[in-house]
Design a protein around this ligand. Structure first.
Ligand code: XMP
Length: 340
């Protein structure tokens, strides 16, 4: 009989057998539900022979890298190295407006940074292994990195089968597994038979707090595809500030779990405003809130007027550079959930 408790037991046993007594496992962490749950499961199976890497690409939400560090490293005891590569990402994104180009640059840069970090960890692992051998038998040696953990879910498996043809590519979804296929690591995908709701249940059983387990999805290319036009540090800072207020208010209002994905978007237009006794010529924030079960089609969430009114006041008062807030009320199709 199928339940998540027996799933953990079976999967932990399967991972231990697959990885063997000494090999190490590497993983990429996004801060999302899937990779966090996969990481915690891996940690449960092989402890500190699992090492996760989180790449700060400069287009994460406010405080994201720090939050992941707190949660996984400090709270859940998973080995995570946060690599701040924001300068590299942002310099490669400089002047780029085309969203597909942004996605490709971010995907490729991610690979470069991840591979460099993997090489560092591998070198460290070799040194540790040599040291353990030198010290003798009481020091259990840990082996080399032979595996790569992926938080692939069942729907991802299906989607990558049905969206093979280039004609079906609506947007380049950057899937770490596909991009890292050349690395000489064997893939481990412990969640590949699960649906999202099952992963959330699993996460709770593994001791991951409900607010993390229930998080909305966040795209790999991050805020770069929510900033229309060129991505700069100051644009990122504006969007991060507006997005934080939006999500904070949604949580406070009790709407978070009724919405599948909510986020702010920075539009590439300026409009005239008046703030205090000054004329402003500032930017516009668009708010998106999608309700969907499968992310293939979606409708927009209807917030109460009072909620929107307070939100708009907060954003325009607290975020320098914004003098208007608009609501995106388009469904998918014809729109997509992300804006670019
Ligand atoms: P769209 O915008 O295509 O999004 O309606 C459907 C879901 O996929 C997410 N999404 C992405 N996720 N890399 C990702 O990891 C991407 O490039 C990407 N593009 C869209 C989107 O956030 C939504 O959840």
């Amino acid at each position: 009989d199928w339940n998540m408790g027996t799933f953990i037991e079976k999967e932990v046993a399967r991972i231990r057998e697959f990885v063997g007594p000494t090999a190490r496992v590497l993983g990429a962490i996004s801060g999302g539900v899937d990779s966090s749950v996969a990481a915690k499961l891996m940690h449960q199976a092989i402890g500190d022979r699992f090492h996760a890497v989180m790449v700060d690409n400069g287009v994460l939400r406010a405080g994201e890298a720090k939050q992941v560090d707190e949660m996984l490293n400090k709270h859940l005891g998973v080995n995570v190295t946060i690599v701040d590569a924001s300068d590299l990402f942002l310099s490669r994104l400089e002047g780029v407006e085309d969203p597909e180009q942004k996605r490709k640059i971010i995907g490729n840069t991610f690979i470069n940074v991840f591979e460099a970090q993997a090489a560092k960890l591998e070198k460290q692992a070799e040194e540790e292994e040599a040291e353990a051998k030198r010290l003798g038998s009481q020091h259990q040696p840990k082996g080399k990195y032979e595996f790569l953990l992926q938080g692939t879910l069942y729907p991802d498996v299906i989607e990558s089968i049905s969206f093979k043809g280039p004609s079906a590519t609506i947007k380049t979804h950057h899937n770490v597994g596909g991009l890292l296929a050349d690395m000489k690591l064997k893939l481990i995908e412990p969640l590949r038979e699960l649906f999202k709701d099952e992963v959330r249940e699993l996460g709770k059983l593994l001791g991951i707090p409900a607010h993390l387990v229930g998080r909305h999805p966040f795209p790999g290319p991050g805020l770069a595809i929510r900033i229309l036009g060129p991505v700069t540090r100051s644009q990122v800072a504006i969007l991060q500030a507006a997005d934080s207020i939006y999500i904070e208010e949604i949580r406070k209002g009790g709407f978070y779990d009724q919405i599948s994905q909510a986020f702010a978007v920075l539009l590439p237009v300026r409009a005239v405003g008046v703030q205090g006794d000054k004329r402003t010529y500032d930017q516009v924030i668009a708010l998106r809130a999608a309700q969907t079960t499968d992310f293939m089609t979606a409708t927009w969430f209807n917030f109460p007027h009072d909620f929107l009114s307070n939100l708009s006041n907060r954003i325009t008062n607290e975020v320098t550079g914004i003098n208007r807030v608009v609501m995106d009320i388009s469904s998918k199709p014809p729109a997509t959930i992300e804006v670019s």
